[in-house]
Design a protein around this ligand. Structure first.
Ligand code: ADP
Ligand code: MG
Length: 235
C-alpha cells in the first residue's frame, strides 16, 4: 500500500463572485521513502496541494489517505494529533520561535508529543548534529544565518519522527549554494531515516536533486517523472 494516496482531489476557492479551481481531479500515490519535488508555475496549485496533504486545508472533493487513514474523516482534535505524530512541516519562512535556542526549537514539537525530557534532549542533539549544527545548538534564530535556521527547521521536523515531511518552497529565501546544501541534507536524511519528503520548488538546481518530479499546471498534474540519477552530492 502506498504511504499517501490522493483520489479525485479537487479544490475550489471563491473570490467574491469568481470561482477559482486551484486543483482539478488530482490522483497521486507516493510510497515510503520517496524524495519528490512538486514543481510548476506560480499559481499552479503547489501550496494548495501541500496544504491538503498536510490536513491544513480541506479539499472540495476527493480524499487523502495517509498510512491508511482518510484524513477527511478525522475530527479536528484527531487531525491535530495525527499531524503532530505523522507529519513534519518545513516552511519557506523557517518559523522558528525567536526566544528559544536552536535546541529548544527542535524540542518543542516533542514537548507537545509528550516525550520524556531526556529523550527529547537526546533526539534534538542528534538531529542538530546530523544537519551540521552541533556547534550552534544554544544560539537563538537571530544569531543564525538563513541556511542555518532552515537546517534547524529540518532537524525539528525529523526529530519528531514523522512518516511524511512536507516542505513548501523550503529554499525560496536561500541563495543557491545554501539551497543545494539544504537539499543534500534533506536527501541524505530521507535515505538514512526512510522518511518520505514532498517539497515544492521553483529552483532548477533544487529540482535536479529530486528522485521524482511531479509537475502541476493550472491545478492538474501534467507530468510525473521518476529520475534515475538525481544530481546529489556524494554521501
Ligand atoms: P502555487 O503554490 O503553485 O503558487 P497556489 O496553490 O498558491 O499555487 O494557488 C493556486 C490557485 O489558487 C491560484 O489561482 C491562487 O490564486 C488560488 N488560491 C490559492 N489560495 C487561495 C485562497 N485562499 N483564496 C482564493 N484563491 C486562492
Ligand atoms: Mg505556493
Amino acid at each position: 500500500m502506498a504511504l499517501l494516496t490522493l483520489q479525485g482531489v479537487t479544490k475550489h476557492y471563491r473570490q467574491g463572485e469568481i470561482d477559482v479551481a486551484a486543483l482539478r481531479d488530482i490522483n497521486l500515490q507516493v510510497d515510503k521513502g520517496e524524495f519528490a519535488a512538486l514543481v510548476g508555475p506560480s499559481g499552479s496549485g503547489k501550496t494548495t496541494l501541500l496544504n491538503i496533504i498536510g490536513g491544513l486545508d480541506a479539499p472540495t472533493e476527493g480524499s487523502t489517505l495517509l498510512n491508511g487513514t482518510d484524513i477527511g474523516l478525522l475530527k479536528d482534535s484527531e487531525l491535530s494529533s495525527f499531524r503532530l505524530f505523522q507529519l513534519g512541516f518545513i516552511f519557506q519562512a523557517y518559523n522558528l520561535v525567536p526566544v528559544l535556542s536552536a535546541l529548544e526549537n527542535v524540542e518543542l514539537i516533542m514537548v507537545l508529543q509528550g516525550r520524556p525530557a531526556a529523550e527529547r534532549r537526546q533526539r534534538a542533539r542528534h538531529y542538530l548534529e546530523l544537519v551540521g549544527l552541533q556547534q550552534m545548538m544554544d544560539r537563538r534564530p537571530a544569531a543564525l544565518s538563513g541556511g542555518q535556521q532552515q537546517r534547524v527547521a529540518v532537524a525539528r521536523a525529523l526529530a519528531a519522527g514523522p512518516r511524511l515531511v512536507l516542505a513548501d518552497e523550503p529554499t525560496a529565501n536561500l541563495d543557491s549554494e545554501n539551497a543545494t546544501a539544504l537539499l543534500d541534507i534533506m536527501h541524505r536524511l530521507s535515505h538514512e531515516e526512510q522518511t518520505t519528503f514532498i517539497f515544492s520548488t521553483h529552483d532548477p538546481r533544487v529540482m535536479a536533486r529530486a528522485e521524482r518530479i511531479i509537475t502541476l499546471h493550472d491545478g492538474t498534474i501534467v507530468e510525473d517523472e521518476q529520475i534515475d540519477q538525481p544530481h546529489a552530492a556524494p554521501v
